[in-house]
Design a protein around this ligand. Structure first.
Ligand SMILES: Nc1ncnc2c1ncn2[C@@H]1O[C@H](COP(=O)(O)OP(=O)(O)O)[C@@H](O)[C@H]1O
Ligand SMILES: O=P(O)(O)OC[C@H]1O[C@@](CO)(OP(=O)(O)O)[C@@H](O)[C@@H]1O
Length: 418
């Protein structure tokens, strides 16, 4: 019941709904906005940034997230295309990225364009969100991508074709077209020297481009490559269209013209993006736990988890290995839930089909989650924001595993993690 606000005079806000008279200036703004909100059927996310700024990392994270939310998403990486179709000796060293070498520049453009065409083909075949992973570091390249997507005619028969012309900046086939394709630039900017050093190192260790070089040679080659890119890099400007910019690991995020159903999914995810360093443990509750007959509670679930960890030999270290108590010291997330959410989370993190993960026979880990009282699945952060998995079972801990009572386990846990 509303509380009476007796003595206050009637205010401007208290009046009855007054019909809204929208001034012309606002109407003009709104019509620009709706032309940028074509609610496209397809979206292209174009990564932008110097090498070693986390573009591929972000692309992989985004792809997993968007696929999970139900949009068919695929990454198209120009570097992968280059490596698959050109010899590494002439196409991997820093000289290949020299912007003053016209021939090599043309070759790089042609690799990038054929990768982008692959993306368009894939969209034509039913894909929804294509991520174009290259440096896309200058406005000429980006303008070309926008115009190529706007004139693109690769729609399947049955699809409505994108409206010709009228494309707002960064929105191909815009002008209110219901089935247009939108382009949004995702730019990663990082100037923090210590982050960049770490990124360079992880890149030379993982990229096949540097195979056969010592770490020192590889780092020097990558630095030279980056300085070639720096010579022609121009950050995305407002006139170029829609963008999301991440600064120094998303500590600052700016967005421009982020409208439309699909695009608006991307922004909150970009704001919360981070690099995971710690593992996640999935511990499935036994079937029937917490149902109507044995109603569970959060405390009960915690107790159950502790009990299970105890039964698996909480503080026992086998030769060369580590105990659950050791793991608990670095543990960031322990998820204790029924098998179904555990399986769904596993599908999400590993980018696997949910239906497959629901079936215990599909893999050892799926079986482990079904075998609730004897195993825990550990998800470990891997390159490009991906995850690998390890299964810990009671059997693997060996015959000599110490089985503690719940009280002993809690005591042991308190002693070890403070
Ligand atoms: N937003 C970010 N800013 C800076 N570095 C990042 C960001 N996101 C991830 N990284 C780190 O960047 C490193 C290099 O990533 P990578 O995706 O290979 O870069 P790029 O594709 O830009 O060459 C990764 O090891 C990752 O930890
Ligand atoms: O065509 P541009 O935009 O230069 O981008 C493609 C190039 O970007 C690079 C830059 O290092 O990407 P990546 O780091 O993804 O391997 C090269 O591999 C790739 O050839």
């Amino acid at each position: 019941m509303a509380v009476a606000r007796s003595s206050r005079p009637v205010d401007y806000y208290d009046g009855k709904a007054v019909s809204l008279d929208i001034p012309e200036a606002i109407q003009r703004r709104l019509s620009v906005r709706s032309s940028l909100t074509p609610d496209s059927a397809k979206l292209i996310l174009v990564m932008v940034g110097l090498p070693g700024r986390g573009k591929s990392f972000i692309a992989h994270k985004l792809s997993r997230f968007l696929n999970w939310t139900g949009y068919q998403t695929e990454i198209f990486n120009a570097g992968q295309n280059r490596r698959a179709n050109h010899s590494p000796t002439n196409h991997s060293r820093a000289g290949f990225f020299d912007p003053s070498d016209a021939e090599r520049k043309a070759k790089r453009e042609s690799i990038a364009m054929s990768t982008f065409e692959e993306l368009l083909e894939w969209l034509a075949g039913g894909g929804e969100i294509g991520i174009f992973d290259a440096t896309n570091s200058n406005p000429q390249r980006r303008a070309f991508l926008v115009s190529r997507a706007a004139e693109w005619k690769g729609w399947r028969s049955g699809d409505a074709s994108p409206a010709a012309g009228g494309a707002g900046a960064g929105v191909a086939g815009g002008g209110g077209a219901r089935f247009g394709v939108s382009i949004v630039f995702i730019e990663s900017i990082c100037t923090d020297k210590s982050i960049l050093e770490a990124n360079m190192l992880s890149k030379v260790r993982a990229s096949p481009d540097f195979a056969g070089l010592s770490e020192e040679e590889a780092l020097s080659d990558l630095r030279q490559r980056v300085s070639h890119y720096e010579a022609s890099y121009v950050p995305v400007a407002d006139e170029e269209g829609a963008y999301i910019k991440l600064f120094d690991l998303s500590s600052k995020v700016t967005a421009h013209q982020v409208f439309g159903r699909m695009t608006q999914r991307v922004l909150p995810y970009m704001m919360s993006l981070h690099i995971s360093l710690r593992p996640i443990f999935l511990a499935a509750l036994p079937p029937g736990y917490g149902d109507a007959s044995s109603r569970g509670s959060e405390a009960g679930e915690d107790q159950w988890a502790t009990q299970r960890l105890a039964s698996m030999g909480f503080s026992q270290r086998y030769p060369g290995g580590e105990s659950f108590a050791d793991l608990a010291c670095v543990l960031e997330v322990l998820i204790v839930a029924h098998a179904t959410p555990c399986r769904a989370l596993r599908a999400y993190f590993l980018g696997l089909p949910v239906a497959e993960c629901m079936c215990p026979a599909s893999s050892r880990a799926a079986e482990a989650l079904a075998n609730a009282s004897r195993s825990v699945v550990e998800l470990l952060p891997a390159l490009f924001g991906k995850w690998s998995e390890e299964i810990h079972t009671l059997e693997e801990r060996g015959e000599n595993s110490e089985v503690l009572s719940l009280d002993d386990a809690v005591f042991s846990l308190e002693g070890q993690v403070g």
